[in-house]
Design a binder for this molecule. Structure first.
Ligand SMILES: [Zn+2]
Length: 304
């Protein structure tokens, strides 16, 4: 098994995670954030099973691809010599029933039909592969990863795998007996190249720099309580330790995810970090990691 692309938190997940630590999120956004966290945990759980089984092929996790201006997301892709397996991982909990091609929670609420979702991804993926010159069968699989998920009706097809069936299912995947075709690695690399890591969905909440709480947010517990020494930054809520440089670099990345259109300047980052490190200290770190640019007598920093 070759893991060509590791799973990372989506932009939506990262934005909501920061906002949740830096402002009072409205209930609806908070719910969205919780769903992101839950979804990510489910996907990590799936990755764990996958790594344990070690199927033969190449794995690409959370791909964001575009076909003719339409963006589609793939939780996991397994490319083998003969086929492509497309996985949609759902971390649903509770009881559901399936009726008239829809999923209903016990409360009566209708949820997004994962069948429709995966059909859409499979169609676009098929076209992307074709455009790249590959004609491979795509097998779509929806994985209900949580053992606390119950479905009270028969499903119309064989696309579904429940958590208790997952180990058995993964053992049906091809195992290593022949060498992996070179063209498959080529295909996987092309897909990885096509991944849009800067994709920002248009349904993100609105917020401004001034509105958000400043300071270094702990990556472990999201607290902004801290103490520092000459070398290190400590979270006093959970004990997480990193170097001052790491804390600043991490905060710059967080700033860039939240504000892709704002200029990266020493003053901004000085304020963003809660004014606990000197401008001088921050300037050194910006200079080290980014290119300095001059615009209207102001220095700002960019990736290139
Ligand atoms: Zn902490």
């Amino acid at each position: 098994m070759i893991l060509l692309k590791e799973r990372t938190k989506s932009v939506t997940h990262r934005v909501l995670e920061s906002l949740n630590a830096r402002m009072n999120l409205p209930d609806e956004e908070k719910k969205k954030y919780e769903n992101q966290v839950k979804g990510f945990e489910g996907e990590k759980q799936f990755d764990f099973y996958m790594t344990q089984t070690h199927p033969f092929g190449i794995i690409l996790n959370d791909l964001v691809l575009t076909y003719r201006d339409t963006v589609f997301q793939i939780d996991s892709l397994l490319i083998t010599n003969d086929s492509v397996y497309l996985y949609e991982v759902k971390n649903y909990t509770g009881a559901y029933f399936y009726k008239e091609e829809s999923f209903f929670a016990e409360s009566g609420y209708k949820i997004l039909n994962p069948l429709r979702q995966i059909d859409r991804s499979a169609t676009y993926l098929h076209n992307v592969l074709l455009r790249l010159g590959y004609r491979l069968p795509i097998y779509s699989v929806i994985v209900f990863i949580n053992p606390d998920f119950q479905l009270y009706s028969l499903l119309p097809n064989q696309l579904f795998v429940f958590s208790n069936q997952l180990p058995k299912y993964l053992n049906t995947l091809p195992s290593q007996d022949v060498p992996l075709k070179h063209e498959r690695l080529e295909l996987a690399n092309k897909l990885k190249e096509f991944h849009n890591k800067n994709y920002r969905p248009d349904n993100l909440p609105t917020y401004t720099f001034d509105q958000l709480k400043k300071g270094i947010v702990c990556p472990n517990c999201f607290s902004t309580k801290y103490t520092t020494t000459r070398q290190n930054h400590f979270c006093t809520a959970c004990g997480y330790k990193e170097t001052n440089r790491q804390a600043i670099e991490r905060s710059i990345k967080e700033f860039k995810v939240l504000f892709p259109d704002l200029m990266l300047t020493t003053t901004r980052i000085y304020q963003w970090c809660g004014e606990i490190y000197s401008r001088q200290h921050i300037r050194i770190i910006l200079k080290k990691n980014y290119q300095s640019q001059l615009s209207r007598h102001m220095t700002y920093y960019s990736e290139n």
